[in-house]
Design a protein around this ligand. Sequence first.
Ligand code: HXC
Length: 256
Amino acid sequence: TQYEHILTSRPNPSVALITLNRPKALNALSTPLFLELNKALFEADADQAIGAIVLTGSEKAFAAGADIKEMKDKEFSDVYKNNFLANWGELSRLRKPVIAAVSGYALGGGCELALMCDIILASPTAKFGQPEINLGVIPGGGGSQRLVRAIGKSRAMELVLTGRMVSAQEADQWGMISRVTDNVVEEAVKMATEISSKGQIAVQAGKEVVNAAYELTLAEGLRFERRTFHGLFATKDQKEGMTAFVDKRKANFTHL
Ligand code: HXC
């Protein structure tokens, strides 16, 4: 598919790389961009050959937020009736892991987009923040909820109420990201390639149970994890993985 606001590529057959590409607007997340992004994400999710997805922006900006020029003149009646930005949540319905490779600004909706991904890798230049307060609004893409879970109430409150940007190093210390690394896209593709080499059923199950921790009580979460673990004994990948270990060879997963 030919897109206008994103680039898609296959650094190798098992990894989809999606690059936000509105350089003149620092990858501001307009509605047309989001529609393309969702389409590309679901296409990759449905492709049997792909095991994981990497989402990135440019050196200067992962994304500088929702498109302020698009939002400026909207009225309550528009945004409410049309459920403005509701389609942002679709990313969290993907079954395959999505790794955000963040360089430069990840602000407002850009920070929220990164937080919707399963893993965040950041280059030393990354800057995260929720500057909506400076525009007379608040986060609307999940920032207030996901930040509290990621970094705790006090830090989340500080970001949401002051609009201050935090560096990659600070975000790392706060446990908001996995790690800071040079060549962040290359590292993310490497990680995605490694994930793709595992059994895809187990990978999807792993993502599902980790995400369940956000929604369930501990007792329910533990039960869900154990039942899901039990279910994996119905897969060929479990037989192959454990047999390969005993035979002292590398497992050859068939995703069955
Ligand atoms: C539309 C944007 C934009 C945005 C930058 N641009 N961010 N356009 N929406 N969010 C445009 C600028 O208008 C400018 O266009 C061009 O990109 C370059 O930006 P500059 O400001 O000139 O760059 P610089 O001086 O380097 O400053 C970078 C910056 C600044 C600090 C990131 O652009 C900035 O503060 N941007 C807004 C960040 C923000 O408030 N994000 C939250 C948005 S609200 P022209 O045409 O002038 O060259 C939000 C709500 C989410 O995200 C809730 C729903 C999910």
